[in-house]
Design a binder for this molecule. Structure first.
Ligand code: M6R
Length: 366
């Protein structure tokens, strides 16, 4: 049932071109300029007129929510708050009927996320679910929702569910921007085809697997890792670090690259591998200077860059070149090598990658 793969996690990483395409199938038609999310139809008015979008989730799904914050604010100019469900539910948060709450959950069974939904519902907000498991508790507790259609995810480390969540949220942000008039028609059309081109680019990125395995062999005995990115790649840095710690038990932290000099830079020495996501986007120049700062302190640099990059190549110990894409959709591609890196390191350390210690696939207790 692992389809010839040694572990479910690798199978699920490798399925991403298909799972992202499945998620967009019947919903996105770039040529026809059509974007339809059945679940949103009855709630489009609420969505469009919301004063604020609140996103609530846990773990990897919370990281997908952070990517969505950038998407919604950029395309639709709506204020967004991204909340850990466990904090949100106990904080007596200010919520009202003009809030549109998006709850993200692969399993649809996460106790804290479910409780956050119930709370927001009581306060009169509209609740929209982005779940993978059909008929799950969260899918049933929400007013409406869109499934991610990633197919069953067995590995405890979430991979294809994450990229499917971002795919749904990207479609939602594009729809909202178009409806609210913040995205001009021509930009909207262009973004539709940019999004449609992602599965083929993920397919290409997956081919880096052997290169990444070699990098993994060099760093498998590290005791710490730092992951740094900015803009759309900041949540990817958090996700890369989470993947590594949960399956390889190596301590890893993700940070916005610029926050480094407010503390974490003190950790950097020749023993510290630092993974930079440094693709060619609006924060590229800034990330390049952050790379220089790490280099000056002899940190080992593993950089995920855009194909053909020349600048970072001269500074980094390893470069992983991924296909060029619109910056808003880069997380769908840039996360893939980080998933593979954590996978290979964990296998080399003899860890049980599909069922890491102390973790359950769905966290049904708070
Ligand atoms: O099923 P959910 O998306 O609600 O689960 C949320 C987290 O428990 C989950 O993403 C967890 O962080 C994963 N093990 C990460 O790989």
């Amino acid at each position: 049932e692992k389809g010839g793969f040694e572990h479910f996690m690798l199978k699920e990483i490798s399925e991403q071109p298909r799972s992202i395409a499945d998620c967009m199938r019947g919903r996105l038609d770039a040529k026809g300029g059509r974007l339809v999310l059945g679940g949103l139809r009855d709630y489009m008015n609420k969505f469009q007129n919301a004063d604020r979008i609140i996103i609530t989730a846990c773990g990897t799904s919370w990281h997908a929510g952070l990517v969505a914050e950038y998407l919604f604010e950029e395309f639709a100019r709506v204020p967004v708050e991204v909340e850990y469900a466990s904090e949100f539910r106990y904080r007596n948060p200010v919520i009202n009927s003009k809030d549109f709450v998006i709850a993200i959950s692969q399993s649809g069974e996460t106790a804290d996320t479910l409780a956050a939904i119930e709370l927001a519902k009581e306060k009169g907000a509209t609740i929209f679910g982005v779940c993978n498991v059909v008929g799950s508790s969260i899918a049933r507790a929400t007013h409406a929702g869109s499934y991610t259609h990633a197919g069953p995810e067995i590995g405890v480390a979430s991979t294809k569910a994450f990229t499917a969540q971002i795919s749904v949220l990207s479609m939602m942000a594009l729809m909202l921007g178009y409806q609210r008039g913040t995205l001009p028609e021509s930009t909207y059309m262009q973004l539709l085809s940019e999004l449609e081109s992602i599965p083929a680019k993920v397919e290409k990125a997956l081919k880096l697997n052997n290169q990444i395995e070699k990098i993994a062999a060099q760093y498998k005995d590290a005791s710490n890792f730092l992951y740094l990115g900015r803009g759309y790649n900041f949540p990817v840095a958090l996700e890369g670090a989470l993947k590594l710690k949960e399956i390889s038990y190596i301590h890893a932290e993700g940070y916005p690259a610029a926050e480094m000099k407010h503390g974490p830079i003190a950790l950097i020495d020749e023993e510290m591998p630092v993974v930079f996501i440094a693709t060619q986007d609006s924060s590229y120049e800034k990330v390049v200077s952050n790379i220089q700062e790490v280099k000056a302190r002899k940190g080992k640099i593993i950089a995920v860059v855009t194909e053909g990059d020349q600048t970072v190549k001269k500074m980094a110990d390893h470069v992983i070149e991924i296909p060029m894409a619109h910056e808003a959709f880069v997380p769908l591609i840039s996360v893939v090598p980080l998933q593979q890196l954590s996978y290979h390191i964990a296998v080399m350390r003899g860890c049980n990658v599909d069922q890491p210690r102390n973790l359950a696939k769905s966290v049904t207790v708070e």
